[in-house]
Design a protein around this ligand. Structure first.
Ligand code: GLU
Length: 526
C-alpha cells in the first residue's frame, strides 16, 4: 500500500507541532524515549514545535519522581522540548493543572447526546461482565447492547438522573459509541484502518472523581495545542477509533492530526514485547537513567550510568524502527538524524532490541569524539588513582586501546596497566601454560631485551622470533605468559606495541617479577 504524505508539500515552515505526552507512572522506558525522539526529529526537521505534556490524570498510578526523571532524561539526551512544564504559550502543560479546560467539552458532548452519565457501581459492572462471560462472550463490553440494561442516563427516567446528580451520586461520563457503522482513519505506518463501531467500548470520558480520562483529555489538549502529528506507540492504535469519534462529536474533525503509530520494541529474541523483567537477563539497560523506585526500592540500571553517550543512544534508538532511504549509513549525528528523518520510512514490523548493536554504536561515537575528550577520560581516572603520567603517554595509550574501548570507563580498564604494574596474575593462564622451557626462554629474552638499543615494536618482535626459532617453540606458547607478566591479564592490545609503550626498564622489571612469581606458582609439589 502506498503511503500518504504526512506533511503536505505546501506546508509552511513551522506548521508541524508535535507532543510527547508521557504519564508520570515510573521511569521512562526506552520505547518512550524513542517516541520522544521521533517527535523531536520531525519537529526539528520542519522547524516546528515539540511540546512536552505531562498526562497525569490517573492520580492512582502516579509514581513520585517520575516527572523529574522524564525531564532529566530528555535533557541528558538533548531532546529538549520547545514548550513544556518549564514554560510556553500553551501553559499549563500538566493535565492536572488543566482541569478547568475540559468541562465545557464534556458539557458539549452531553448536550449533543454523544456522551451520557452512568451510575453503575463496581458490583453492577462486575455482575454484567460475569453474566456475559457465562454466556461465552469473549470480551464483555459496556456498549450499545449492554448499556440498555445498565443504570445510566439512557435507561433511567430523566427526573431520576437529575435527582441522582443533585444528590451527588457517584457517576462517570461515558462516550456513546454508535451501534453500527465503520470508523475509518489513516495511519502513516499502517495505512487505512477500518474498525466496526460495534467492537468498541463506551469508554469512560470522565471518572467518578470528576477528572477526565486520557482519552478525552488528550484529544482536547491536542486540539487546543494545535498538534499536527500524533506520533506514539502502537499500543494506542486500538483506542484511536474512540479518539476519532471524539473529534467528530466535538466538531473539530478539521483539526484531526496525522496519526503515526510506532512499531513495538521486542525483546532480543524477537519473540515478545520488551519488558522490565528482562533487564537483568539482557545485561542492557532499558531505561535512559538509573532509577530507584521510591515505593518498592527496586533499582533499574540506566544507559547513562552504564557509560552510553547520549549521541550514541539517540543514533541507536533512531534506527530502531526507522531507516533512512537509500545508502548503508549507520552512524548519524543529531543533525544528520534531523535532516534524514522522515515518517515515510518508519517500519511496520516490531523491532528486536540488539544489545551488541547498542554497544557498537557507543564505540563508534566514542571513536568520533575529539582526541582531547577521549584522552580526558583516562587522564581523569589516572588523577583519581594518583598515578604519574605524561600527556604523550596517555595519548599514545588511548590510541593503542581504541578498538577495545566501547565505554568511557573502558579507557581506564584497558589503559591502567600502562601506568601501574599488575598486583595479581591470571592464574588460569599460568597453570595452563607456565612450564620450565617457557621460563628458560623468558629469562633469556629478558637479557636480550636489556641489551636492545632501540626498544621499538619491530625490534622487540625480532628478538622474540629468534629465541623461539632456537628453542623450537611457537609464539602462542609464550605470548600469553608474557602478557600476564606485564599486565596481569591475558588479553589486551598488540603486545609488541604495548611493550614499546611501557618502556624498556618497566618491561624488564615486570617480566622479571612475573617470571619469579610464575616459577613459584607452578612449582611441582614436593
Ligand atoms: N499518556 C499516554 C502515555 O502514557 C500518551 C499516549 C499518546 O501519546 O497519546 O503513553
Amino acid at each position: 500500500m502506498s503511503r500518504k504524505s504526512p506533511i503536505p508539500e505546501s506546508a509552511p515552515a513551522g506548521s508541524v507541532c508535535v507532543r510527547f505526552a508521557p504519564s508520570p507512572t515510573g521511569p521512562l522506558h526506552i520505547g518512550g524515549v524513542r517516541t520522544a525522539l521521533y517527535n523531536y526529529l520531525l519537529a526539528k526537521k520542519h522547524q516546528g514545535r515539540f511540546i512536552l505534556r505531562i498526562e497525569d490524570t490517573d492520580q492512582v498510578r502516579q509514581v513520585p519522581g517520575s516527572e523529574a526523571y522524564i525531564q532529566e532524561a530528555l535533557q541528558w539526551l538533548g531532546i529538549v522540548p520547545d514548550e513544556g512544564p518549564q514554560a510556553g504559550p500553551n501553559a499549563p502543560y500538566r493535565q492536572s493543572d488543566r482541569k478547568h479546560i475540559y468541562p465545557q467539552y464534556v458539557d458539549q458532548l452531553l448536550a449533543a447526546g454523544h456522551a451520557y452519565y452512568a451510575f453503575d457501581t463496581a458490583e453492577e459492572l462486575e455482575a454484567m461482565r460475569a453474566k456475559l462471560q457465562a454466556a461465552r462472550v469473549a470480551a464483555p463490553k459496556y456498549n450499545a447492547v449492554t448499556r440498555e440494561s445498565m443504570r445510566n442516563a439512557l435507561t433511567l427516567p430523566q427526573e431520576e438522573v437529575e435527582a441522582l446528580l443533585q444528590a451527588g451520586a457517584p457517576h462517570v461520563v461515558r462516550l456513546k459509541v454508535p451501534h453500527q457503522g465503520v470508523i475509518r482513519f489513516y495511519d502513516h505506518v499502517r495505512g487505512w484502518i477500518q474498525v466496526q463501531a460495534a467492537t468498541l467500548d463506551d469508554k469512560v470520558l470522565v471518572k467518578s472523581d470528576g477528572i477526565p480520562t486520557y482519552h478525552l483529555a488528550h484529544v482536547i489538549d491536542d486540539h487546543v495545542m494545535g498538534i499536527s502529528h500524533v506520533i506514539r506507540g502502537e499500543e494506542w492504535l486500538p483506542s484511536t477509533p474512540i479518539h476519532i469519534l471524539l473529534y467528530q462529536y466535538l466538531g473539530i474533525e478539521q483539526a484531526l492530526p496525522q496519526f503515526v503509530h510506532l512499531p513495538l520494541l521486542l525483546n532480543p529474541q524477537g519473540q515478545g514485547k520488551l519488558s522490565k523483567r528482562e533487564v537483568e537477563t539482557l545485561g542492557l539497560p532499558i531505561f535512559p537513567l538509573d532509577w530507584k523506585d521510591p515505593i518498592t526500592g527496586a533499582y533499574m540500571p540506566g544507559f547513562r550510568e552504564a557509560g552510553y553517550l547520549p549521541e550514541a543512544l539517540l543514533n541507536f534508538l533512531a534506527l530502531l524502527g526507522w531507516s533512512p532511504s537509500g545508502g548503508q549509513q549507520e552512524i548519524f549525528s543529531r543533525e544528520e538524524l534531523i535532516s534524514h528523518f522522515s515518517i515515510a520510512h518508519i517500519h511496520k514490523a516490531g523491532v528486536r532490541l540488539d544489545i551488541h548493536k547498542a554497544r557498537w554504536f557507543n564505540q563508534q561515537h566514542l571513536k568520533r569524539k575529539p582526541q582531547q575528550e577521549r584522552v580526558a577520560y583516562l587522564t581523569a581516572a589516572l588523577q583519581a588513582h594518583q598515578l604519574t603520567y605524561t600527556p604523550e603517554q596517555v595519548a599514545a595509550v588511548c590510541e593503542l586501546i581504541e578498538d577495545r574501548v566501547a565505554f568511557p570507563q573502558d579507557f581506564w580498564e584497558q589503559g591502567k596497566c600502562f601506568f601501574q604494574a599488575p598486583e595479581s596474575y591470571d592464574l588460569a593462564t599460568i597453570h595452563a601454560r607456565g612450564c620450565p622451557p617457557v621460563y628458560e626462554l623468558l629469562s633469556a629474552w629478558i637479557e636480550v631485551l636489556r641489551a636492545l638499543p632501540h626498544f621499538a615494536p619491530d625490534a622487540i618482535h625480532a628478538t622474540l622470533q629468534n629465541l623461539l626459532a632456537d628453542g623450537g617453540m611457537r609464539s602462542s606458547d609464550v605470548m600469553p605468559i608474557v602478557r600476564v607478566a606485564l599486565t596481569g591479564t591475558r588479553s589486551g592490545p598488540d603486545l609488541m606495541q604495548s611493550m614499546a609503550l611501557l618502556g624498556q626498564a618497566e618491561v624488564i622489571q615486570r617480566l622479571s617479577k612475573g617470571l619469579a612469581a610464575f616459577r613459584q606458582i607452578t612449582q611441582p609439589a614436593t
